[in-house]
Design a protein around this ligand. Structure first.
Ligand SMILES: C[S+](C)CC[C@H](N)C(=O)O
Ligand SMILES: N[C@@H](CCS)C(=O)O
Ligand SMILES: [Zn+2]
Length: 325
């Protein structure tokens, strides 16, 4: 990390030591009626319902999110090409995912000029970079089983052009999400170095056993790779059940000096074949309120929600974290 404070560190400080990430983006799109049972998942809305994308971003801002994660989780060039779009069209949709979030952030921030004494921070926009497993659309972001033909170079090739296009679109941050194994963490780190990316990034893993990456590889192995890079500013967990999080924060604190970020899902489990959430353990907003304080006190510097959480979850987190900061 350079000597100057990064935009992310600055935001964490302004937020009183723990900033709030938004909640389930696709979940909120679905609550507005979007149908995303599709290999492109929420990225479908980039060409079908872009107005809904902006509306969902605005709802998370109103709920107090300090960081908006863009709609690009499952937006990939091969994914768009397989739907008959051209490379230029695919690239312009990736760019649009950043622009929609920036527009929502700017219009929300400008509207606050008429609200003196408000408690909002100017939000940052994090460009979502879903894992290779997200693109495969077979639930493998929760297993890390990519098959024997998938090596480091293939993963770097998969991520490279999308990363370049997203960076050119001008986000404040980059959010690698639901990384399920060591090889993909390594691909992300090597790409950030090779492309000389100056935008601060976080890398988040999923976890299905509360102890390791989904592949079964230890977080020590994964974080040893990430710790070597100054390009990654925060590491953590997203889209894993909330009851795993506190233990994982303690584990990560021993494994890294980087800021720790956690934004778990509701505790429901994704069935990649049936493409639906299975009711497993479910944690509502009241539980998130309690958990969020514990996660902050355990050392997390960024806290939010992932799938099946909503703006009301983020409002509950915001209230409890901002009241006590
Ligand atoms: C974060 S998961 C629920 C996103 C959808 C998944 N990649 C699929 O397409 O099945
Ligand atoms: N940022 C993504 C996360 C999926 S795990 C979304 O909410 O759409
Ligand atoms: Zn999720």
């Amino acid at each position: 990390m350079g000597k100057d404070k990064s935009s992310l560190e600055d935001l964490i400080e302004k937020a009183g030591g723990c900033a709030v990430v938004d909640g389930g983006f696709a979940t909120q799109l679905e609550r507005h009626g979007a149908v995303i049972n599709d290999p492109l998942w929420s990225a479908l809305c980039l060409f079908k319902d872009p107005h809904l994308i902006k509306q969902v971003h605005l709802e998370y801002l109103e709920a107090g999110a300090d960081i908006l994660v863009t709609s690009s989780y499952q937006a990939t060039l091969p994914g768009f090409l397989s739907r008959g779009l051209s490379i230029e069209e695919g690239e312009s949709l990736l760019e649009k995912s950043v622009k929609l979030a920036v527009e929502a952030r700017d219009s929300f921030w400008n509207s606050l000029e008429r609200t003196p004494g408000h408690c909002y921070n100017r939000a940052l926009v994090a460009a979502s970079i879903g894992s290779y497993g997200a693109y495969l659309a077979d639930g493998s972001e929760y297993s890390g089983c990519y098959g024997l033909d998938v090596n480091l170079d293939k993963l770097k090739d998969f991520h490279r052009r999308r990363l370049q296009v997203l960076v050119e679109a001008g986000p404040d941050l980059l959010a690698f999400e639901t990384i399920p194994n060591k090889i993909e963490a390594q691909a992300c780190v090597e790409l950030l170095e090779e492309e000389n990316i100056e935008v601060p990034s976080w890398i988040c893993f999923s976890s299905v056993d509360g102890e390791n990456a989904p592949s079964g590889e230890s977080f020590k192995e994964c974080l040893d790779i990430i710790n070597k890079s100054n390009k990654v500013h925060a590491v953590g967990i997203n889209c894993a059940p909330p009851h795993f999080i506190e233990t994982l924060i303690h584990k990560f604190k021993e494994l890294t000096k980087k800021a720790i970020i956690v934004y778990p899902n509701s505790g429901e489990v994704w069935d990649g074949r049936a493409k639906r959430w299975l009711p497993s353990k479910y944690f509502g907003d009241d539980k998130f309120e309690v958990f969020a304080t514990r996660w902050r006190n355990s050392g997390a510097r960024l806290v939010g929600g992932c799938c099946r959480t909503t703006p009301s979850t983020i409002l509950a987190i915001t209230k409890v974290l901002k009241e006590s900061s």
